[in-house]
Design a protein around this ligand. Sequence first.
Ligand SMILES: C[S@@+](CC[C@H](N)C(=O)[O-])C[C@H]1O[C@@H](n2cnc3c(N)ncnc32)[C@H](O)[C@@H]1O
Length: 122
Amino acid sequence: MDIVLVIPEDSIILDLGTGHGLVLIKFASKISSEGHVTGIDLWKIGINPIIVLKHTTAFTGKNLENRSDLKTADMIELPFENKKYDFVTASMAIHNIKPKQNRYKALDEATRVLKTEGLLIY
Ligand SMILES: C[S@@+](CC[C@H](N)C(=O)[O-])C[C@H]1O[C@@H](n2cnc3c(N)ncnc32)[C@H](O)[C@@H]1O
């Protein structure tokens, strides 16, 4: 069975542990300028978030900077209000967090910032 994910063009999206931005790029290219994708990361492993956004533009041929931004933040304590996002994504990111209690914290934070009908994809 195929699962089709419908992403409305005005979706407000948070990508946890963005890294080089592959998921952020994918989602940013699906939405219009009425939507937005924020990518957060600790950026501790030599990834420069400014370069990520420049690659994003080069990679897609679209200027996605008007619908995306990058912040330095920790998944276990998100600096965002409750029920803000339509989608929260975390590709290959939560499993890295140690100890285990902090992985639960990251999941609690992800669900806290999701709208009631929002979807966590990880
Ligand atoms: C394996 S990479 C995945 C990158 C990207 N999501 C992907 O799918 O290509 C994991 C990322 O999670 C980030 N990360 C790990 N712990 C984090 C935390 N507590 N808060 C925010 N980002 C974190 C790392 O810095 C790294 O960029």
